[in-house]
Design a protein around this ligand. Sequence first.
Ligand SMILES: CC(C)(COP(=O)(O)OP(=O)(O)OC[C@H]1O[C@@H](n2cnc3c(N)ncnc32)[C@H](O)[C@@H]1OP(=O)(O)O)[C@@H](O)C(=O)NCCC(=O)NCCS
Length: 200
Amino acid sequence: MIYLYGKEFKRGVTVSDATIYDVAPTVLRVCGFPPALDDAMKSRFYRMLLESDEDTCPLVEGVAIRSYSKERHHEAICSVYGRSFSEPPWQSDWDRFEQFDPDGVFVAEESKGKTPVGYVISFRRPGYGYVSVVAVLPEYRRRGIAFTLVRTAIRYLRQLGVRTIMVDAPADSPPAVHLYEKVGFRVVGTYEDEQVRHGA
Ligand SMILES: CC(C)(COP(=O)(O)OP(=O)(O)OC[C@H]1O[C@@H](n2cnc3c(N)ncnc32)[C@H](O)[C@@H]1OP(=O)(O)O)[C@@H](O)C(=O)NCCC(=O)NCCS
C-alpha cells in the first residue's frame, strides 16, 4: 500500500492515464503501480477554478516566502510533504514529471533558521495554470502561510500570461477546500466531470 495526497492505494488498483495530480505518475511509478488512476479516486477530488483574483500576498510574521532552490529545498520538501500529510515522505525524484517547473515552486521558510515549513507547487499546462499541491507543517498552520503560498503561485502563473487557473482539492479535506475558496477558487465539479466536459 502507498499513500498519495492523503489517500491510500492498494496494489492492483485499476487506473487510467488521466491523472489528478501531475506528480502522481512519478509517485505511482516509483512505487511500482500501473500508470493510471481509478474512477473512484477521481470523484474524490473537486475540480476548482479561480474566479475572483485579488493580487495580494500578505506577509506572515516570522515566515519568508522564497523561490525554490533545488539545492536548499529539494529534500526538505519531501519531508514537509510527509509530515503535512502524515505519510511516508515523497521519493526524491518527486520533481521528475513532464510539466515540472522549478520557478513555479515556492517555499515558506521560518525566518530565523530558514527551515522550510511549507511549500506550493504550480506549473503551466496547455491552456491553463495548475496549483498542484500546497502543504504546511502542522505546527505552523492557521497563520496564513498556505494562503500566501497559493497567492504567490497564482501571481507567478499570471506573470506567465495564464488566464485560467485550476486546482483539484481532496473533497474530504475541509482545510484544503476552504483554503482554496478563501483564495478565490470555486468548485466547478469533480475531476471526472471536468475530464468528460473537456473530452479528455
Ligand atoms: C490545507 C493546509 C495547506 C492549510 O495550511 P494553513 O497554512 O494552515 O492555511 P492558512 O492558515 O493559510 O488558512 C487559510 C484558510 O484556509 C482555511 N483553513 C485552513 N485550515 C483549516 C482548517 N483546519 N479547517 C477549516 N478551514 C481551514 C480557512 O478558510 C483559512 O482562513 P482563516 O484562517 O481566515 O479561517 C494545511 O492544513 C495542510 O498542509 N494540510 C495537509 C495538506 C493538504 O491537505 N493540502 C491541500 C491539498 S493539496
